[in-house]
Design a binder for this molecule. Sequence first.
Ligand code: DC
Length: 220
Amino acid sequence: MGEITIAVDGPGSSGKGTVARRVATALGYQFVDTGAMYRTVGLYCLRDGVDVRDEAGATAVARGLRFHFAFRDGALRVEADGVDVTDAIRAEAVGLAASAVAVHPGVRGALLGLQRALGAGGGVVMDGRDIGTVILPDAELKVYLDASADERARRRWLQHPEQDFATVREELVARDAQDAGRATAPLRCADDAVRIDSTGLGIDEVVARIVALAHQRRGG
Ligand code: DC
């Protein structure tokens, strides 16, 4: 068998992004961060004064964006319409806006074709919320990465230690509820996904487990 497709889903701050990127590097695969696409839509809505609750407005923003993913100095850069948004999309307000626009079927539909195209052909690790359930339902390996809310809040707070821990935890739990509670493509563990709880596990251990699973699925 040739190169496989790996879907990594899970809630915020479960370590998905870091783990998926490292698995891709270990296997020599391409890494696709679908959250970055929703974040970019959120960023442009905030910049252009489009209400994130306005489906038609947010969908027009999503349809109009041209994404480009590039590796520079070993790091993945995200460009939208030729502008590097890699750092801007990491802001907490942009994460909340991303979760809000991701509720709209129109926005999801606008990004679906690009995400499927990037996953076609194998040799890809794609991370998100609905990759194993909706975007790449035939992925050879699906992983659902979870961790307790306290552990995930602690990880996020370590990245933003200037913020109040209780507020960080509250926002995280609210965003999970929005991502898991929406009608279209909610965050959910696919029936055929391998669930890994990373509470108390180091990143190296999680990466090694997934790489071993990938070798198995690839047939050696
Ligand atoms: O993984 P992240 O924190 O960068 O994602 C930001 C938001 O984007 C997340 O709260 C929900 C949304 N998202 C989604 O709905 N579907 C995806 N495949 C990826 C992200």
